[in-house]
Ligand binder design. Structure first.
Ligand code: COA
Length: 385
């Protein structure tokens, strides 16, 4: 298996991008990425997108984006795994490099969510829930995560205030991210007094609806050394796994099995344990999800996620910084783009280029990208060499 290097990263502003189309932002992120890489060589394109059909009425994205990139001569493939679509696109690109199928593999994540009203956006997102057992009965993603939050509160005594601190931390980090949708600081009271969405989750516990795109260019370590444009960042491990979509079909509500398995696979491939990792970008689509993810991956013990957040363990200057980008909560969550945007942040941190939100001296980072309420998960381990 060939060793994988990330030689280019690109991103757009996240937010309500009314003046731009899906193809505009996908190509913008790709062009930024190629400029960063210092090469325009691409042997394949993988595009992560959850639901362009429901959000903008456009399917057949692989050809559309290849056309607008001016690269109709190479294989182009759309990848879908709900909100984990971007992570899966990066995983596909990794497999192409590792197996030698491609020497330069471009992964793009994109979603254009704000062209429809909130009702249609909620319907589109809920199509990633189990239609027969969940969505048909009217439950939405805030409702599903509210049930996970309740289960965690009942079992471990996790409090409303602890959940709020996840949002406070991520907004603090995001206030230093120029690409973030909501780059402002908030207090615990801002969260506790915000509109109730699905009890116990309030508006400021939820990631927003967002337009945005991100791209990464992968090659072999051998090729990256020839280009020598940036400090070498490698993807040393990747893993993905699934779980039952319906919460009622799961054995356990306070641990996410797909997250646990995907992280374990990625760490095993990298020859690492979780103790070797310096920081992580994880899928905080709701405040409870960051806590569940950290506990499921073994970064924090079961039931300890809330207290650890309050104690600053996951803060930018804490022992294990989580979501230095601002996470999905502050940076925004254009669902298909999120997994690629996580890689963007980790590579920037490992290159030492994250300016005000740079974590000093980091050498190893982890990304965790989740589909739906944990029905799928993709993890990557990245290392500065
Ligand atoms: N965080 C912070 N502010 C938010 C926000 C969020 N998640 N969502 C909306 N806002 C802001 C808007 O910018 C707007 O501000 P303004 O009045 O200053 O313009 C205000 O809150 C009201 O926005 P609106 O669009 O009316 O909110 P809404 O009530 O229709 O939607 C949610 C709020 C929480 C329902 C929506 O953001 C949502 O569904 N989030 C979850 C998305 C999701 O499920 N993703 C997949 C995860 S698996």
């Amino acid at each position: 298996m060939k060793e994988i290097a990330v030689i280019g990263i690109g991103i757009t502003k996240f937010g309500e991008l009314w003046e731009k189309s899906l193809r505009d932002i996908a190509v913008e992120s790709a062009m930024n990425c190629l400029e960063d890489a210092g090469t325009d060589r691409i042997d394949s394109i993988n595009i992560g997108c959850m639901s362009s059909g429901l959000f903008i009425g456009q399917e057949h994205l692989a050809s559309l984006i290849a056309d607008y990139l001016g690269r109709l001569d190479i294989p182009s493939c759309r990848v879908e795994s709900a909100c984990a679509s971007g992570g899966l696109a990066v995983r596909n690109a990794c497999m192409e490099i590792a197996t030698g199928v491609s020497d330069y593999a471009l992964a793009i994540g994109v979603e254009k969510m704000t062209d429809v009203g909130m009702g249609k956006a909620t319907y589109a997102l809920a199509s990633a829930a189990d239609q027969d057992y969940e969505a048909f009965h009217g439950i939405t993603f805030p409702g599903l995560y509210a049930m996970l939050a309740r289960a965690h509160m009942e079992r471990y005594g996790t409090t409303r205030e602890q959940l709020a601190q996840v949002s406070v931390k991520n907004h603090y980090n995001g206030s230093m991210n120029p690409n973030a949708q909501f780059p402002f600081k908030i207090t615990q009271d801002t969260v506790l007094n915000s509109t109730m969405i699905a009890d116990p989750l309030r508006l400021m516990d939820c990631s927003p609806v967002t337009d945005g795109a991100a791209a990464v260019l992968l090659t072999t370590v051998e090729e990256a050394k020839k280009l020598k444009k940036h400090p070498l960042v490698v993807i040393s491990g990747f893993g993905s796994a699934a779980d039952a979509i319906a919460l009622s079909h799961r054995k356990e509500l306070t641990e996410l099995q797909a997250v646990k398995t995907s992280a374990a696979k990625a760490l095993k491939m990298a020859g690492r344990t979780i103790d070797d990792i310096d920081f992580a970008e994880v899928h905080d689509c709701f405040t409870i999800s960051e806590i569940l993810v950290l506990e499921s991956m073994g970064i924090i013990g079961p039931g300890k996620g809330g207290p650890a957040t309050v104690d600053g363990y996951t803060a930018l200057d804490g022992k294990f910084p989580v979501n230095p980008s601002g996470g999905l909560k502050s940076k925004g969550h254009p669902v298909g783009a999120t997994g690629v945007a996580q890689i963007f942040e980790v590579v920037n941190q490992l290159r030492g280029n994250s300016e005000k939100r740079q974590i000093p001296g980091v050498k190893t980072g982890l990304t965790q990208n989740m589909g739906g309420s944990g029905g799928s998960s993709v993890c990557h381990i990245l290392e500065a060499k």
